[in-house]
Write a protein that binds this ligand. Sequence first.
Ligand SMILES: [Fe+2]
Length: 255
Amino acid sequence: MKNWNKHFDEKAFAVIKADDFISLKYVKKEIYNFSVRELNLKNINMYKFFNSFHELNIDNLKLNQYRLKLINFLTKKKIFKKKLYKSFEKSISKILGEDIAVQKSLNVVIHQPRNLDFSPIHRDGPENSPYEIVLWLPLTDCYKTKSIYLLNKTLTENNLKYLDTKKKSHQILLNKKLKKYGKLPKIKFGEAVVFWSCLLHSVPENIENETRWTFNLRLKNLFTPYGKKGFLDYFEILKTSGLSNFGIDFEKKNY
Ligand SMILES: [Fe+2]
């Protein structure tokens, strides 16, 4: 997306390109290596593993155990969050500055075709801080129903009245608007959607014949207000600026 910066300031979302593709590929390869070991897979290349994951036909119990282990593996080593951040660092620091807090748990969502377990249209804020962004980062090329739908800032404001009502007609209307105005172009591996936490969004049922793999990484400036998902409970420090390091050093030594 050309002028993604201007697009983000106006619409509260943008499609950004990785400026460090090697870091992104490192995370993808580590997931592949972990999974091949964990699921005891043989003769499956990386492309097939991710896109045709559903063809492995893993039963629900085993899938759940594998998912929990994978999330644990990705969460406990901070290098994965650092690598994902580094992949898009130039763009993210333009939005958030140099002092960054990141969501503690690193969750990768595996959405197999025809799986009906997905969130209805919603917004993450204000339960999550309105000073927060979501980095929706696919590990496979995402197109059509493999992609995400979201309403820009103006459309979100105009349609919020239809959210949180129990009326079925409102929910249908909201979904229609989302499909009409919120469709995103193909998001290739190496790109990500960055969006403001308060935008209405939804990930549709995947009816393509490929599995969708996405990270939902929540990031904010360390020194901005937190929502109900507070600092240290849900967030940790990812990076501090040189000036903040001086300040922290000063407070520690109290000189
Ligand atoms: Fe969400």
